[in-house]
Design a protein around this ligand. Structure first.
Ligand code: GDP
Ligand code: IMO
Ligand code: MG
Length: 425
């Protein structure tokens, strides 16, 4: 049976964790395909919250196999801490498999992420400082260490010896930092972490394909989002991997024909953490209200998220970049108190109207959103259990989003809880 992808269509934090958890009930395997612990995926079950960074969001179901694919960058210390936290909450993670081909985040990656951001000064990207960019850079320059290297101490030492000399030279000579000690890294990675990670390491490409040939259902869980994509996002204010659906193939080891459903996920408004262009950004009281009602603070970093109106121009672009089959809209309930709601249906710049984002970044910085204003519903929708129970204006808002983006809406979130969603007919 072909696979389903969950992909963020905005700038992240759309609710991928919640949607993955929701769809996972019907799945046999959930695979994370890119990113690392820059992700924060929050799931709420019976009032209890789980904040996942590396472990796939399907882990809460005992019947399912969670897989960390080759496209992910793994900090093994963070992974073990997450596993311990889940265990303390009674979640069994013994079925978790980590690709031997996934790259390791090393201490110098985190150090470099911090100093490079400082070096960029006012041009800083606002990264999560988790070492994501430097780890993917090493993968591309072919000096990265992989998860499978933890199984071969001799190879691990040999690779680390070469790469650490280069990293220490950059850290000390360019950034004026103290060099890192080889023995400290060896003690941590080979001494402490490898023995616990080793039993989880596997050939995830074979595992995923065996599952497909048995007719099992596979869900591919994206992290970050389309407009944080290294190729298609608002470069350079992006992450260093490919969250788009094509990245799901690469990062899990599937071919394009293995994908059947590609669910784009979008908030009923939009948020962004970190620097970069944001055409529909709001400030003042309205922004405060959305941040407050939507609890718009990073799941892991705690940073305040920037907020704005729903941007259909971006969604149309996301629809074609990902071949979306349908969209899940989350956090509709956050708009409950507003008397009216705006949706950006096009951009304008220098007398030109854009239905899709202008390709030149300088133009994107200059665009003015063209808004349509819809009436609000000013009713608490958080306990609605069917689409028909939503107030007419809320239903109309959802229908409007489907029409202006050109993609069917299959799920609407009305609260953070696992059961808080309705399905448009
Ligand atoms: P992710 O990174 O895409 O998984 O999203 P995050 O978990 O970082 O952020 C989404 C936040 O919205 C989390 O706190 C979720 O619990 C919450 N959430 C998800 N869906 C809904 C919804 O429909 N309504 C409300 N009010 N909160 C939601
Ligand atoms: P989830 O999976 C929101 C943002 C950072 C920064 C840029 C680059 O929870 O949606 P990085 O550390 O990746 O080099 O930072 O990307 N960013 C996210 N924003 N949600 C995320 O993940 C993010 N992961 C990275 O804020 O602007
Ligand atoms: Mg998040």
């Amino acid at each position: 049976m072909p696979a389903t992808v969950v992909v963020g269509t905005q700038w992240g934090d759309e609710g991928k964790g919640k949607l993955t958890d929701l769809l996972a009930a019907e799945m046999d395997m959930v695979v994370r395909y890119q990113g690392g612990h820059n992700a924060g995926h929050r799931i709420v079950v019976d009032g209890e919250a789980f904040a996942l960074q590396l472990v796939p969001s399907g882990v809460l179901y005992p019947h399912l196999t969670p897989v960390i694919g080759n496209g992910v960058v793994v900090d093994p210390a963070v992974l073990l801490k997450e596993i311990d936290t889940l265990a303390s909450k009674g979640v069994d993670t013994s079925r978790l498999v980590v690709s031997g081909n996934a790259h390791l985040i090393m201490p110098y990656h985190q150090e470099l992420d911090r100093v490079i951001e400082r070096f960029l000064g006012k041009n800083a990207l606002g990264t999560t400082k988790r070492g994501i960019g430097p780890a993917y850079a090493d993968k591309a320059t072919r000096i990265g260490l992989r998860v499978q290297d933890l199984l071969d101490p001799a190879i691990f030492r040999e690779k680390l010896d070469v790469v650490l000399r280069e990293k220490n030279s950059v850290l000390s000579k360019v950034y004026n930092r103290l060099p890192l000690k080889m023995n400290d890294i060896l003690d941590l990675y080979l001494g402490e972490l490898a023995p616990r990670i080793a039993p989880m390491i596997g050939d995830t490409v074979t595992i995923v394909h065996d599952a497909l040939s048995r007719g099992e259902r596979i869900l591919l869980e994206g992290a970050q989002a389309t407009f944080l994509d290294l190729d298609h996002g608002t470069y350079p204010f992006v992450t260093s991997s490919n969250p788009v659906a094509g990245g799901a193939c690469v990062g899990a080891g599937l071919g394009p024909r293995d994908l059947s459903r590609i669910v784009g996920i979008a908030k009923a408004y939009i948020t962004r953490v970190g620097a970069g262009p944001f055409p529909t950004e709001l400030d003042g009281e309205l922004a405060e209200l959305l941040v407050d009602r939507g609890h718009e603070y990073g799941t892991n970093t705690g940073r305040r998220r920037r907020v704005g109106w729903f941007d259909a121009v971006m969604l149309r672009q996301a629809a074609r970049l990902n071949s979306l089959t349908d969209i899940a809209i989350t956090k509709l309930d956050v708009l409950d108190t507003l008397p009216s709601i705006k949706v950006c249906v096009a951009y304008e710049a220098n007398g030109v109207r854009y239905d899709y984002p202008p390709y030149h970044q300088s133009t994107l910085h200059e665009v003015t959103p063209v808004y349509e204003e819809l009436p609000g519903w000013q009713t608490d929708i958080s306990s609605c259990t069917s689409f028909d129970q939503l107030p007419k204006n809320a239903q109309d808002y959802i229908h409007f989003l489907a029409t202006t983006t050109g993609v069917a809406i299959s799920v609407v979130g009305v609260g953070p809880g696992r059961e808080q969603f309705v399905t448009p007919s």
